[in-house]
Design a protein. Sequence first.
Length: 290
Amino acid sequence: MKAKIKLPIIILFLWLLCWFKPAEALTNIKVEENNVDFYSLIAIHQNFLQKSESLILNEDTLNLLNESLSFAIKEKAPFATIHNLKASLNINEKWFNISLTFKIEGISKNAGNKIIVDCSWKNFQIKNNLTINGIEFNKVGETYLTPLIKKYENSSEARFWINETHSVSPEKALEIATNFAALDFKEFSAPLESWNKTYNVKMQKTIFQYNAPSKINFNLTVKEENTSLSYILKFDSKAEISVFGYAKAIGDTLIFESIKEKKEKDIAITILILFLIVVSLHLYEKKYLK
């Protein structure tokens, strides 16, 4: 019964994530002993798709995404397996939003009381086209922006901008558009050990954060008769990897103490303390309360 209730709530949550523009795109990775939960909201700011579309992927359409996703992650972590994949899409006149959530197994191992997790897959790249229900999910730049650039590439009134101030040629603009893929996480290539690390005492969690450089910040300006037009494609993102307890990273390897082992150790310490208290009380009574 709980599973039946939980599924609609998850679907509603994914839909809401896509519908409302977030403060910024966020990839959140929660590491546990036996698996990893991955959540990502890909919020692409654009104004050239003048249509509204909302879609929650069903089992049939998820198969195509699952195949591409599994291939991309296995390139980084060969023994990884993907489970519980869910995805949704929302397009409006300002945003192209994708929400993606799945579980990964097969990337962790035990070493005594330590758990070692391979996080090298975090910058996985889906490189192929993913057209679902007539909508291109991945090669957004090539599918939607390239035709617009080609339309104005020979116009003397058109300008192509990167990072708002750097003018580039139509050829360079086409290259940038062609290479932009929504489900390409190469911006998180920096080793985990170089990410900003904090420990939340209250939540007892180690958190690694990374603010990625702008993946794309493209602007096309053009004058047509008495009208000035501006088309944009912008995507910034950040990632957060969290794990319960204290953890350290070496390269892209995450190491932390097993919760089970820690609990057993804590229980043993508690028993030892109680034993010492009982012994101390017994000795005290024997010495002073005769």
